[in-house]
Design a protein around this ligand. Structure first.
Ligand code: FE2
Length: 307
């Protein structure tokens, strides 16, 4: 049931060297730098995104994700959902407007998997980058690297997946699109959506509480993914897996690492899923095929390296 949460809005990623990180996220992934704030944080977006930023890079001693945020319909929704999060038992913090430049107040809560998730109602609307608002061209000239279109989703690992699902579905209005279940019929991984997208966030219940597996960026075609793979090799960037196809979502994918060791994904395609449809179920015993449809083999790195 709809609760007024609209879509993924931003992710703040810790990097150990900002200049190296910008070379990676701007020159290779192809995000657009839109701002640097007084704390030195750098704000980025994919060209097709209409708000001022979706990725915030912050220099830190350790890599990882500080938080990921979702945009809600309006201020009243933010008020209502804050009440519901507190009633659910979440630890909730209020972040004042302007703590992130161009962004209104944020409500931050700790979800059962041990991650800080934010809700906000307002962010500066700047329109798509490099194309007119009326009669827009197909794509802007001057894009770099992989030409990432948008921040798409995060995959986060932790425990208490059942409670986490209740929070995201019952309180926040996500719907379950796909799941992996074990022999006892319990979910060990949930793919959750606010839209007809295959997922807007994914959770894996492997006990690595608070772990960040990856942030994903949208590309438009399989050919764009193949070209992204070429760019990884041209730049000697650390490849994890792919280009390949997922069983889950049936999307096309490639994983690689930023210079600080944070995993990135570039993603294209994926099934549509409407909220009235049953979730797609995969069996844990067939995990290899569920994750990597072609090789049906999971590498140890994919299962264990997280930031
Ligand atoms: Fe992903």
């Amino acid at each position: 049931m709809r609760k007024g949460v609209l879509r993924p809005g931003h992710v703040q990623i810790r990097v150990m060297d900002m200049q190296q990180a910008l070379k990676h996220y701007v020159e290779l992934v192809g995000l657009i730098q839109t701002h640097q704030d007084s704390q030195g944080r750098v704000y980025l977006k994919g060209w097709s995104e209409t708000d001022r930023f979706s990725v915030v890079l912050v220099e830190a001693a350790e890599p990882g994700m500080d938080f990921t945020g979702f945009k809600v319909v309006d201020e009243q929704t933010l008020v209502n959902l804050t009440r519901d999060l507190v009633a659910f038992g979440c630890q909730v913090e209020q972040i004042p407007a302007g703590e992130l430049d161009f962004c209104g107040r944020r409500v931050r809560f700790l979800c059962p998997t041990g991650h800080w998730i934010e809700l906000y109602a307002q962010k500066e609307y700047t329109g798509r980058w490099g194309v007119r608002e009326v009669n827009p061209e197909a794509w802007p000239r001057g894009l770099r690297g992989m030409r990432a279109m948008s921040f798409d989703h995060c995959q986060l690992h932790g425990s208490d997946l059942q409670l986490n699902r209740e929070l995201f579905c019952d309180v926040l209005g996500f719907h379950l699109t796909e799941q992996i279940v074990n022999d006892e019929g319990q979910s060990v991984a949930d793919w959750l959506s606010l839209s007809i997208k295959a997922h807007d966030i994914a959770f894996v219940g492997d006990g690595n509480v608070g772990a960040f597996h990856h942030a994903a960026f949208l590309l438009d075609t399989w050919e764009a993914l193949l070209r992204a793979g070429d760019l990884l090799s041209m730049t000697d960037t650390s490849l994890d897996v792919g280009p390949t196809r997922h069983g889950i979502t049936h999307g096309q994918s490639m994983y690689f690492f930023d210079p600080s060791g944070n995993r990135n994904e570039v993603f294209a395609g994926g099934d549509f899923h409407y909220p009235d449809q049953k979730p797609v179920t995969w069996l844990e015993k067939d995990l290899g095929k569920a994750i990597f449809y072609h090789s049906r083999v999971l590498n140890e790195r994919f299962l264990t390296v997280m930031t």
